[in-house]
Design a binder for this molecule. Structure first.
Ligand code: R5P
Length: 261
């Protein structure tokens, strides 16, 4: 890994080897997702507590203060929608030059292993990694989103994550599953987990985070379970306690309750 790549990655994954990334790129294929209708309003109070923010260039330009210190993980794959016939039909939508212009700390791209456009999305990843090598920009590969959510078993996720790492991803985003330690074991680069649809209780979210960390994740790249919570700042602070301070679920719940009031 070159100096620039290492330096950029260190802005996202902190010196403890952990990260709390805030995912807010949902609009790229979901449109105005609930509670993210106005990204600036949603993100502004959360940015001080996020180690990085994952967004598209549209949200960067319209909704994030350029003077904000938060590292940007720029989503650069897309050109699909939730109502399209096949979500896996993605291409690269933003150049690496544009990512550098934005001063992104990493770029993110989805791969769809086992889907109709598997080959296309894996080739997108390989091409992006080659281009990013030239500029020292880390690549985050995102696996198993959208309609592929049914495939949340360790065997599938281990396959998808390992392929992403083999193709040169600097870190990988996936979902937590039973047997996650096998996914982590087979993946030689850091793993971060998405939160998925909003869970019923704060305890559920903190348990998910705690389980992921205990079983080998470097952190979270979480969206809906933070900003769809009625107390999003309290939620992200509680998640930080788990990720960066090894807080137990009960300790993190105390953080949530204290911050909420
Ligand atoms: C989906 O493609 C996006 O990368 C989302 O950022 C991702 O699903 C994480 O968000 P959430 O925690 O809401 O699942």
């Amino acid at each position: 890994m070159g100096w620039g790549t290492k330096n950029r990655l260190a802005r996202i994954i902190k010196s403890d080897g952990r990260t709390v990334m805030l995912a807010a790129d949902h609009g790229y294929f979901l449109g105005p997702t609930s509670k993210l209708e106005n990204p600036r309003k949603t993100l502004e109070p959360l940015i001080p507590y996020a180690d990085a923010i994952m967004v598209t260039r549209g949200v960067v330009r319209t909704s994030i203060d350029p003077l904000s210190a938060a590292p940007i993980v720029l989503r650069v794959s897309g050109a699909n929608s939730i109502i399209s016939e096949d979500l896996s039909n993605e291409t690269i939508i933003t150049s690496v030059k544009e990512a550098v212009r934005i001063n992104a700390s990493a770029v993110a791209l989805s791969i769809y292993v086992g889907a109709k456009h598997e080959h296309q999305t894996l080739a997108n990843l390989a091409k992006l990694v080659d281009e990013c090598e030239e500029y020292g920009v880390p690549v985050l590969a995102v696996t198993a989103v959208g309609k592929e959510l049914g495939k949340q078993d360790a065997r599938y996720l281990a396959l998808a994550c390992r392929i992403a790492a083999e193709l040169g991803a600097s870190f990988v985003k996936t979902y937590y599953c039973d047997g996650f330690e096998k996914v982590a074991e087979g993946c030689p680069v850091p793993l971060v987990i998405a939160g998925g649809k909003k869970l019923e209780t704060e305890r559920d979210v903190l348990q998910l985070t705690c389980d992921a960390i205990t079983n080998g994740a470097a952190g979270v790249d979480m969206g809906r379970n933070i900003w769809q919570n009625d107390n999003p700042v309290a939620m992200i602070k509680a998640i930080r306690a788990v990720v960066h301070e090894n807080a137990s679920v009960n300790e993190a719940l105390n953080v949530f309750e204290k911050e909420k009031s």
